[in-house]
Design a protein around this ligand. Structure first.
Ligand SMILES: C[S@@+](CC[C@H](N)C(=O)[O-])C[C@H]1O[C@@H](n2cnc3c(N)ncnc32)[C@H](O)[C@@H]1O
Length: 269
């Protein structure tokens, strides 16, 4: 229940597609407390800690929390996309805290057992085809008592947006749900409990109120299912017209968001 790896590699060759989606969230989210600040609030690490992030993307977590990274954190940022890591390096060039950057596929983590006090994997486990192997790897590199933090989405996330696309591409909702179905807020705890103890879930309350049609269209076109099977120019024009009409009729398009974070502990500590 995951996309094939080549589609994920193509989607994240750099941060361009991801940034189109982040732009919509930044402009239209109703929760004024920023997502990356909220995620950081849940880190329970001592002030001296060795931390590994898997699938770090452009490093927004660290840029948006640059003012509160403890000096004693030794942080390795990793992603399987070299292009994404280049963007992370650039994005974090003004942050004074030092980072180590490494290309790493989460399924084979090139570190000794019991190296890290915490591992982070935000909005990425659903992309990993060999999730059991990846979770075993994370458990292996964590110290006993170390923490694993992983954010993801729920089944209803962005539902109304995919319903709009479904008008022009029937079946989109079903195909789109496969992208994240492997690791969601609904099924994540059961998977984590096979490898970790004290699994807790936290929900981030939010929604989108969209009044800018172009932002919504850019989000839709950045998604991997529309990159592998693009809408024709005529379908794109019609979709944009539909979005504009909905906004004109209702003042805005309201979109459900379902996001959250799991916190878990590596046994033995
Ligand atoms: C949706 S982005 C999330 C980026 C960042 N963690 C965030 O929350 O903003 C998913 C990221 O995971 C990376 N990724 C996907 N599969 C991976 C794998 N098997 N190993 C390492 N990184 C992976 C992608 O390259 C991409 O940067």
């Amino acid at each position: 229940m995951t996309q094939d790896k080549q589609t994920v590699v193509e989607q994240y060759k750099d941060s361009g597609n991801l940034n189109a989606r982040i732009a919509l969230h930044d402009r239209c989210s109703v929760n004024e407390y920023p997502w990356q600040r909220w995620v950081f609030d849940h880190f329970t690490c001592s002030t001296e800690a060795r931390i590994l992030e898997l699938g770090c993307g452009p490093g927004n977590l660290w840029r948006e929390n640059a003012d509160r990274i403890p000096v004693g954190w030794d942080i390795t940022l990793s992603d399987f996309s070299a292009g994404m890591l280049d963007d992370a390096r650039r994005n974090l060039s003004a942050v004074t805290h030092p980072f180590t950057f490494r290309v790493i596929d989460a399924a084979t983590i090139p570190f000794d057992a019991m190296t890290f006090d915490a591992v982070l994997a935000n909005h990425m486990l659903y992309h990993v085809p060999d999730r059991s192997q990846t979770l075993a790897e994370i458990q292996r590199v964590l110290k006993p008592g170390g923490r694993f933090f992983t954010s993801t989405v729920g089944e209803t996330h962005m539902r109304e947006l995919w319903e709009l696309v479904d008008v022009y591409r029937p079946g989109t909702i079903t195909r789109r749900s496969v992208v994240t179905a492997g690791f969601t807020l609904e099924n994540g705890a059961a998977q984590l409990s096979e490898w970790f103890s004290d699994v807790e879930m936290y929900s981030y309350e939010d929604a989108l109120v969209v009044t800018e049609p172009d932002l919504l269209l850019a989000y839709i076109l950045s998604s991997s299912i529309l990159i592998t099977e693009p809408l024709s120019p005529g379908q794109q024009t019609a979709l944009l017209a539909l979005i504009k009409a909905r906004i004109a009729d209702h003042g805005a398009i309201h979109i459900t968001k379902a996001s959250g974070l799991f916190r878990a502990r590596c046994g033995g500590g």
